[in-house]
Design a protein around this ligand. Structure first.
Ligand SMILES: [Zn+2]
Ligand SMILES: [Zn+2]
Length: 562
């Protein structure tokens, strides 16, 4: 599939997810003769459904390209534990069946997700230490610790005989990340001196000037905010942000408040963190049911649901539907989070409900109680000054982010930048880096327990039903093709009960007329009758309801003597 006239070894980068989008990261590196490359995967994440995929929460990358080459797949290396980097491993691993390499916190999170995934029970998870070095297939990997909005964000140095790749994962430079190590700038300088062929990296905040900001100052700002509250306080944050859990805990206890976790994913992350040596200086968090007797001004809840997710704790609290936690007049909800683009409406809906319950709502208006985990322009510049790559391939961004990231790299005198999309096959070496092919890179949706292609008829029909409704038209014919009795018309999502007799009458008459005008041979052909009736039904709804419903026609023929 990868075209090359040469038989010499080559070094390839193939993103199958996570470019021209933020989410679903899925990167392949290949090394070897054209047609016989050995492969590794770095990250295998999910993305979440949006208003273009109603009823779907989880979207997965289509792994077909690498499944077809799985005998040459040496392993999956995970940079960190965010869903957009490891969320697809439990669902897709069964098709790949190779070792998974992760640092302790990421491995603990992955294990906690495997509990209910039968097909992934025999997954070999190889726990590698921070700053670890290990070989996977033809590559020698070294991890460099960076900082991010969760513990253990690892950049991967991928060494091959044709050059060294620096795969950043998600990162920022934070001199005081509160939990975990600060970015290992020394290792970056050494790497730059050794020489980096290509940097493949995070573009999320390429439009943000300056730097992303440190976690440490949030403590003071939050603590001051909490000190002004007299009722109950709830703080919404991203569950995976372990440093923020500590910051919130410290700010609460400074103000004499006990801290209670509300939401399953917070407890899951808390368990993984404590298991792997984080948050050990904090006492255990309190369960919501144990907080009932604590006076209002001595309790603080940390809640999931900062993005207005309907099933998360905060939405249930706002709807007065949470068994243990009730908020009302005099209470305050602080959003220690950003609004992820696309979630603005659901966040507004949530905040309106809170306000209707007389709860005060505080947002992060000026970055005082939330900082991003991704590099702003100033950090990208600093990174390229350290690492000095020959080639930069921006990933982890929408097309505009990738383009802006490439411009920043060019301004840093990076000689080559390449804009890729999912499925681009980039030959990084030998010779000038270039895109040499485009391979399949689709999407799957998690539909209940099944994984089906986004382009499948099942999912297309679902969308059609949602927007246009369903019609089933059944007619009975005698052996000569005459209509017997009145046909049956069943519709869903289209026709009011009192409209039905009129709609049925008009369609039935039109179909009967059409049957009369068909030739004797055609009217004996069920397929032809079906098609004629289907066209009439569809045309009728297009005209009367301005809809294109999913239409099914049943033709039942009563033979003589039956
Ligand atoms: Zn991340
Ligand atoms: Zn990410």
């Amino acid at each position: 599939m990868v075209k090359s006239k040469s038989s010499e070894n080559e070094l390839l980068f193939v993103p199958l997810g996570g470019t021209e989008e933020i989410g679903m990261n899925f990167n392949l590196y290949g090394y070897g003769n054209p047609g016989a490359h050995d492969w590794i995967i770095i990250d295998l994440g999910i993305t979440f459904g949006d208003d273009t995929t109603p009823s779907i929460d989880v979207i997965l990358p289509d792994p077909r390209f690498i499944v077809e080459r799985k005998d040459k797949l040496a392993g999956i290396v995970l940079t960190h534990g965010h869903e957009d980097h490891l969320g697809a491993v439990p669902y897709l691993w069964d098709q790949l069946r190779c070792p998974v390499y992760a640092t302790p916190f990421t491995a603990a999170l992955l294990r906690s997700k495997l509990e209910f995934e039968e097909s992934a029970q025999d997954m070999e998870i190889i726990v590698v230490p921070l700053l670890g070095k290990f070989d996977v297939g033809p590559f020698s990997i070294e991890l460099i610790t960076l900082t991010h909005s969760m513990p253990e964000p690892n950049a991967c140095v991928v060494r091959s005989p044709l050059g060294t790749i620096f795969h950043t994962g998600d990162w920022k430079f934070d001199p005081d990340p509160v939990v975990g190590l600060a970015s290992d700038l020394g290792a970056l300088k050494i790497l730059g001196d050794e020489g980096v062929l290509a940097a493949i990296g995070d573009s999320t905040n390429a439009f943000v000037s300056g730097i992303s900001g440190s976690e440490a100052p949030i403590f003071n700002n939050l603590s001051e905010m909490i000190s002004k509250c007299t009722g109950r306080v709830a703080v919404a944050c991203f569950a995976s942000n372990v440093a923020r859990l500590k910051t919130i805990y410290d700010a609460a206890s400074t103000n004499g408040r006990a801290v209670c976790l509300v939401g399953r994913s917070l407890w899951r992350i808390n368990a993984a963190a404590r298991q792997t040596g984080y948050l050990l200086d904090l006492p255990a968090f309190i369960e919501a049911e144990d907080a009932d007797d604590i006076p209002k001004d001595q309790v603080l809840y940390i809640c999931t649901g900062s993005q207005g997710e309907p099933r998360a704790a905060l939405s249930r609290i706002a709807a007065n539907d949470h068994r243990q936690v009730k908020l009302g007049k005099g209470d305050t909800v602080i959003f220690s989070s950003r609004k992820i683009p696309g979630n603005e409406l659901s966040i507004s809906r949530l905040q309106n409900k809170l306000v209707q319950n007389d709860v005060s709502v505080i947002n992060d208006e000026n970055g005082s109680i939330h900082v991003s985990g991704h590099p702003a322009e100033g950090e990208l510049i600093k990174m390229y000054q350290y690492v000095r790559p020959q080639i930069v391939v921006p990933v982890h961004g929408e097309p505009r982010h990738l383009k802006r990231h490439a411009e920043i790299a060019q301004n840093c005198q990076v000689p080559e930048t390449i804009l890729v999309k999912n499925g681009s096959v980039v030959r990084l070496a030998p010779g000038k880096a270039q895109i040499i092919d485009q391979v399949h890179a689709g999407r799957f949706v998690l539909d209940g327990p099944r994984i089906i292609p986004l382009e499948s008829d099942v999912f297309k029909d679902r969308m059609r039903i949602l927007y246009n409704g369903v019609v089933v038209f059944s007619l009975v014919l005698d052996a000569s093709g005459n209509m017997l009795g009145t046909p049956h018309l069943t519709t869903h999502g289209l026709v009011e009960e009192d409209e039905m007799p009129g709609v049925l009458k008009s369609i039935s008459e039109e179909v009967e007329d059409a049957l009369i005008s068909m030739s004797d041979t055609d009217v004996m052909d069920d397929k032809k009758v079906n098609e004629v009736a289907r066209i009439i039904v569809r045309r009728s709804f297009r005209y009367t309801h301005k809809k294109r419903p999913l239409t099914t026609v049943h033709v039942i023929r009563i033979k003589d003597g039956v």
